[in-house]
Design a protein around this ligand. Structure first.
Ligand code: MF3
Ligand code: CO
Length: 259
């Protein structure tokens, strides 16, 4: 069952989503050769609490950290560790926040120092794919219009979309219905209506889309070890159209920071 949100519920989701976005922006500024992924995790957890929330992933199905840090061929769910980021790496940062009864979820892939042209193109394609999907979402349309637009764009750039992990409804839970695949034909699935809140999250690979889970039971890597990138926002379909909730702007104006 899809839980459609009222304007008030969307307003509260914007608060948790903005905390996630703000922290991702701060993490992005910390990314440089020599930093350990565990340092990023510690920072994210501390900041979430400072900003009046808590990390949403910690303990979720036993996930052992607050942040996901997925490096190079790692697609998602990379567990922060003593691993030191090296010049030329790319790292996907995925962070969820729970506050005031609601979840927000966002992700971005960041270059570590100078990276290859291919890596830059892949990162840009993940972000652009998100906007392609968003651009297809309109009241009265269908959910898979988003999925189709993402796949079409990603493949037009010579990259592939991951199949085994998908976007999702979000709000009262981190994962609500419906699932939002990044592939498939248009014109299918539930009709898009006001109050729908989604985490739209293209996960893409430079090579083949098949993935494999590492021994730790979490880290998903491309089977062919090609580079992967991820881009995610929490969004809401309102009377004004699709709104991105996980934008860092304006958070400084919110009283939550004064607490
Ligand atoms: N953004 C991912 C998702 O929505 C992150 C989940 S990590 C987990 O599925 F640890 F919570 F599983
Ligand atoms: Co998500």
């Amino acid at each position: 069952m899809i839980i459609y949100k009222s304007e008030e519920e969307v307003r509260l989701m914007k608060r948790s989503s903005r905390i996630a976005a703000q922290i991702l922006a701060e993490l992005k500024a910390m990314i440089k050769p020599g930093i350990r992924t565990k340092e990023l995790d510690d920072f994210a957890e501390r900041r979430a609490r400072e900003l009046g929330g808590r990390p949403a992933f910690k303990g979720y199905r036993g996930y052992p950290a607050s942040l996901c840090t997925s490096v190079n061929e790692e697609i998602i769910h990379g567990i922060p560790s003593s691993r030191v980021l090296q010049e030329g790496d790319i790292v996907s940062l995925d962070f969820g926040v729970f506050s005031e009864g609601f979840y927000g979820d966002a992700a971005v892939t960041v270059p570590v120092g100078e990276v290859s042209l291919q890596a830059r193109k892949l990162i840009a394609a993940a972000e652009a794919a998100f906007y392609q999907g968003l651009g297809q979402a309109r009241i009265g349309g269908r959910l898979s219009d988003i999925s189709h637009a993402i796949q079409r764009y990603v493949e037009s750039q010579g990259f592939s979309v991951i199949r085994s992990f998908v976007g999702h409804g979000i709000g009262y839970s981190l994962h609500e219905e419906p699932q939002v695949p990044n592939f498939g034909p248009p014109g299918q699935g539930p009709r898009l209506r006001e109050g729908l809140t989604l985490a739209i999250e293209p996960m893409i690979a430079a090579g083949d889309w098949r993935e494999q889970i590492l021994e730790d039971g979490w880290t998903a890597v491309t089977k062919d070890r090609s580079l992967a990138a991820h881009y995610e926002h929490t969004v809401a379909l309102t009377a004004r159209g699709m709104e991105i909730l996980s934008l860092a702007d304006e958070i400084k104006a919110q009283p939550i920071l004064q607490g």
